[in-house]
Design a protein. Structure first.
Length: 362
């Protein structure tokens, strides 16, 4: 007997949560599932560019324990979000719910528990996020990108299913175009994630100025905050460094055939996209990421040989010497590409389909 094919995908508002959620939604739509995505205002700003999905906004709040008043306000906002989630579940009546991480995914999953609707959580970092940690005891399963995940109580190990990274189908199908690149020119893309990286616009022009003084010719494609764009363009113009400056860009595939190297934050989604597209990268973890998960991501990828790692407080000391070494010996990038080619997430959606069959058929 087949049940309804309605699925709700609840996601936090940063790109690291939203992009896997959108990728999952697109896959399920191809399978004729009826999909609703639930996110907050931040996530909506990203997803509104897509016209083919149903989006519901339920704003929540992370639990603030700094003082009693803030804690009470947070609890009240979470409670209101759960009420709105219950109303949405009554309206949609989904068969299954996916929690993709982030505090905005928490209320829907709690509401699912109240209504006894099965839900699955997804964790793509190397350390379990707070929302998923709280939800795991109630979840039917937890899909993970890597079996090396930290922070999970051993009694829940039976719920863990390693599926790989959930990335867009365009990423999985991407094939680098062979081009005769100028070996004297190093094409570098700088990516700061959906929230951008303010520090990259502040310090990297100085690093690339050192490159110019050492006759290392670079072309820079750089993401920045909208408020930084004009000054950043002026900085590179004054340094006579060829550049293309952009704000948040949903589809970085347009750049991947043009570049030799990426300098990026260490969010799991971005690293997964670069990995699957065989783009060598230097990852610079965000120092205030929850549970320092970006550093753990970066260390894991470095250990695998998929990229380089430089901590934020080491940029001025270590980034230029690394770029200089890469310019001198392009084989450093080729070795990373060869390691990256040993990894693929092409079977991630097939694994998901197999794991959710039990919720739709009896």
């Amino acid at each position: 007997m087949r049940y309804n094919k309605k699925i709700i995908i609840a996601t936090g508002g940063t790109g690291g949560h939203v992009f896997p959620a959108y990728s999952l939604a697109q896959h399920f739509k191809k399978k004729d599932y009826d999909i609703n995505i639930v996110t907050d205002n931040r996530g909506y700003k990203i997803l509104k560019n897509y016209k083919n999905i149903k989006i519901n906004i339920i704003n929540s709040k992370t639990l603030n324990n700094k003082n009693l008043l803030n804690a009470l306000i947070s609890i009240f906002q979470i409670f209101i979000a759960i009420i709105f989630s219950l109303i949405l579940l009554i309206k949609v009546r989904p068969r299954l719910i996916f929690g993709m991480g982030g505090y905005s995914s928490f209320p829907i999953c709690v509401a699912a528990k109240i209504f006894k609707i099965p839900f699955i959580v997804y964790e793509n970092n190397l350390h379990i996020g707070k929302a998923n940690k709280y939800l795991l005891p109630w979840a039917k399963k937890m899909f993970v990108s890597h079996k090396e995940l930290e922070g999970v109580n051993e009694k829940y190990n039976s719920k863990i299913v390693e599926i790989g990274n959930i990335v867009r189908d365009e990423i999985l199908q991407y094939k680098p175009q062979a081009k005769n690149k100028n070996q004297d020119l190093l094409n570098i893309i700088v990516i700061g994630g959906s929230q951008a990286a303010k520090i990259f616009a502040e310090v990297l022009p100085g690093i690339f100025q050192k490159c110019k003084k050492e006759n290392i010719k670079v072309k820079v494609y750089q993401q920045c905050l909208a408020s930084q764009r004009e000054k950043l363009q002026e900085d590179y113009h004054n340094l006579n460094i060829e550049c293309e400056i952009f704000n948040f860009n949903i589809n970085l595939l347009n750049y991947f055939d043009k570049i030799d190297l990426a300098i990026t934050r260490s969010g799991s989604s971005m690293l997964a996209e670069l990995l699957n597209c065989c783009v060598p990268f230097i990852s610079v973890p965000f120092v205030f990421s929850a549970d320092n998960h970006q550093l753990k991501n970066a260390k894991f990828y470095k250990k695998k040989g998929y990229g380089f790692l430089i901590k934020e407080n080491e940029i001025n000391e270590k980034l230029f010497p690394l770029i200089k070494s890469i310019h001198r010996d392009r084989n450093l990038l080729n070795l990373i590409k060869q390691k990256q080619k040993t990894h693929t997430d092409k079977f991630v959606f097939k694994k998901i389909d197999n794991e959710i069959k039990e919720f739709f058929y009896e």
